[in-house]
Design a protein around this ligand. Structure first.
Ligand SMILES: Cc1cc2nc3c(=O)[nH]c(=O)nc-3n(C[C@H](O)[C@H](O)[C@H](O)COP(=O)(O)OP(=O)(O)OC[C@H]3O[C@@H](n4cnc5c(N)ncnc54)[C@H](O)[C@@H]3O)c2cc1C
Length: 406
C-alpha cells in the first residue's frame, strides 16, 4: 500500500509516524526545507502541545464542530498524547491554565523527536517539494509536485490553513479539496487581534487591562469574555480578545465595549463613587478617579462623560455620576474588523466536516482521501487545544490507514 501525506506539520507528521508499519510505504511531502515550521513558533517557541483539562472541559474549548471531534478525541485524547510524548522520552510540564509544554519549553525538542521518529520508522520524507495537483484516476491518486509525479493508493491532505503563510501553510489544501469536489467553509481569521478605531484612543496605546470584560453585541447574540487584554494602536489583543475574535468571526458586530469595572455592578459602582466623592468633596474629580481607573483612562472617560477634570466632587450631579458610570461600564470601541488571516493564530473554516468520517477523517466523497489538522473546519480556543485536535485527527486517520489492509 502506497500512502502519500501532503504537509509535514503537526498533523501530517503524526499521521505518518502512527500509520507506518512494515506493510506500507509512506511518502511525506513537505514544500519547506524542513519539517514543522509552524510547530516551531507555537506557544512563542515553547510549544503548548495540549491541555490537561478533563474531557468535558476540554471539549468546551472546541468551538466549531465539537461533536465531530468526539470520536477521534475519545480514541486518542490529551492524556494519550501526553503518554505518547513521555514514552518517547519527552518530559512534559503542566502550567497555568492546564497548558502542557515540553519540560525544556523548547518547541525544537518536539521537532527533534519527530525527526527521529520519521527516520526510525523509515518514512520517506521529501523536503522542498511543493505539491501542485492531486487527482484521482480509477483507484489511484496522482500527486504532482514541482519535482515528481507520484502514484498513491491513499492520500492524506495535512496542509494546514492560511495563517502565518511564511510557515508554508498558504491554503493549498483547500484548492486540492475543491478540485476533488469538496465543500469548503469560507475561511475567517480565528484567535486574532480585533481592529478598532476612535480619535480618543491614542493615549491608551500599550495599556494592559486585568479583570475587565470585553462585550460584543452582534445581530443574533451577545458575547462577554472576562479577563486580561491589551490596547494597541488601532487594535486590541490579549487572551480575551483572541477568544472573542473566534466567537464573532462569522457574526455581524453591532457594538463593542469594555466594562472597566466588571467586578462591580451599576449599584455597587455608584455606592463606591458616592463614598469617594463624600470623602474627598473638595478635590478634583480627575484626581479621585485615579484611585478607581488606570490613569490613562481618567481623561478619556471624563471627556466622554462630558465632565471637566477639575470639577470638585461636591459639584458632581447625579446625572453626571450616572453618565460617568455608563462610560466606565460601557467603554465603547469602534469595531473596525478582525486582523487579516495571515496574522491570525488559526484559520477558521476549511474542509466541511459533514463530508468527512469523524472516526477516520476519510472523505465521504472520495474514498482513500483523508484530511487532517487545520485544513478541516474545526476551531479551538488557545491553550493547546488546536494542536491536540491535529494530533487526535492524525491518530484516527493513521489507525484507519493501518486497518484498511489488515
Ligand atoms: C504563532 C502561532 C502560535 C501557535 N501556538 C499554538 C500552541 O501553542 N498550541 C496550539 O495548540 N496551537 C498553536 N497554534 C496553532 C497550531 O500551530 C496549528 O493549529 C497547527 O500547527 C496545525 O497543524 P497542521 O499540521 O494542520 O498544519 P501546519 O502546522 O500549518 O502544517 C502544514 C504543513 O503543510 C505544508 N504544506 C502546505 N501546502 C503544501 C504543499 N502544496 N505541498 C507540500 N507541503 C505543503 C506546510 O509547509 C506546512 O509545513 C499556533 C499557531 C500560530 C500561528
Amino acid at each position: 500500500m502506497d500512502i502519500g501525506i501532503i504537509g509535514a506539520g503537526a498533523s501530517g507528521i503524526f499521521t505518518a509516524i502512527n500509520a507506518k508499519d512494515e506493510k506500507n510505504k509512506i511518502i511525506l511531502i513537505e514544500k519547506n526545507e524542513k519539517i514543522g515550521k509552524k510547530l516551531f513558533i507555537t506557544g512563542k517557541g515553547r510549544c503548548n502541545i495540549t491541555n490537561a483539562k478533563f474531557f468535558d472541559e476540554f471539549l468546551d474549548n472546541i468551538i466549531v464542530n465539537k461533536k465531530f471531534m468526539y470520536s477521534s478525541f475519545t480514541n486518542f485524547d490529551n492524556y494519550a498524547l501526553m503518554d505518547f510524548f513521555e514514552n518517547q522520552g519527552l518530559k512534559l510540564t503542566v502550567q497555568r491554565g492546564d497548558r502542557v509544554f515540553p519540560k525544556s519549553e523548547k518547541s525544537s525538542d518536539v521537532i527533534k523527536l519527530f525527526e527521529k521518529l520519521l527516520v526510525d520508522k523509515k518514512i520517506d520524507l521529501k523536503l522542498n517539494e511543493n505539491v501542485q495537483k492531486v487527482k484521482k484516476e480509477s483507484n489511484k491518486f496522482i500527486v504532482k509536485t514541482n519535482k515528481n509525479v507520484y502514484e498513491f493508493d491513499k492520500v492524506v491532505i495535512a496542509t494546514g490553513g492560511l495563517s502565518y503563510p511564511l510557515t508554508g501553510s498558504n491554503g493549498d489544501g483547500y484548492k486540492f479539496a475543491k478540485d476533488l469536489s469538496h465543500n469548503i467553509i469560507s475561511q475567517k481569521p480565528g484567535l486574532c487581534p480585533i481592529k478598532i478605531s476612535g480619535n480618543d484612543l491614542d493615549s491608551l496605546n500599550g495599556i494592559s487591562l486585568k479583570n475587565v470584560s470585553l462585550n460584543v453585541e452582534c445581530e443574533k447574540k451577545n458575547y462577554r469574555e472576562f479577563g486580561e487584554m491589551l490596547i494597541g494602536k488601532k487594535f486590541i489583543t490579549g487572551p480575551i480578545v483572541l477568544t472573542m475574535s473566534s466567537l464573532i468571526n462569522r457574526e455581524k458586530v453591532k457594538n463593542i465595549y469594555i466594562d472597566l469595572k466588571a467586578g462591580l455592578d451599576f449599584e455597587k459602582l455608584d455606592n463606591r463613587l458616592i463614598r469617594d466623592f463624600e470623602n474627598n468633596s473638595n478635590k478634583d474629580i480627575g484626581n479621585i478617579l485615579k484611585k478607581l481607573l488606570l490613569n490613562a483612562f481618567v481623561d478619556v472617560v471624563l471627556k466622554r462623560a462630558e465632565i471637566d477634570y477639575h470639577t470638585k466632587a461636591n459639584q458632581i450631579t447625579k446625572e453626571e455620576r450616572y453618565r460617568l458610570i455608563d462610560e466606565i461600564k460601557h467603554f465603547n470601541l469602534n469595531f473596525a474588523g478582525l486582523s487579516p488571516i495571515k496574522n491570525a493564530v488559526i484559520t477558521s473554516g476549511g474542509v466541511d466536516c459533514k463530508e468527512l468520517n469523524p472516526k477516520s477523517m476519510e472523505s465521504k466523497k472520495v474514498s482513500g482521501l483523508y484530511f487532517v489538522g487545520e485544513v478541516t473546519d474545526v476551531d479551538c480556543l488557545t491553550g493547546g487545544y488546536n494542536l491536540q485536535i491535529a494530533f487526535s485527527q492524525a491518530f484516527a486517520c493513521a489507525k484507519d490507514l493501518r486497518r484498511v489492509y489488515e
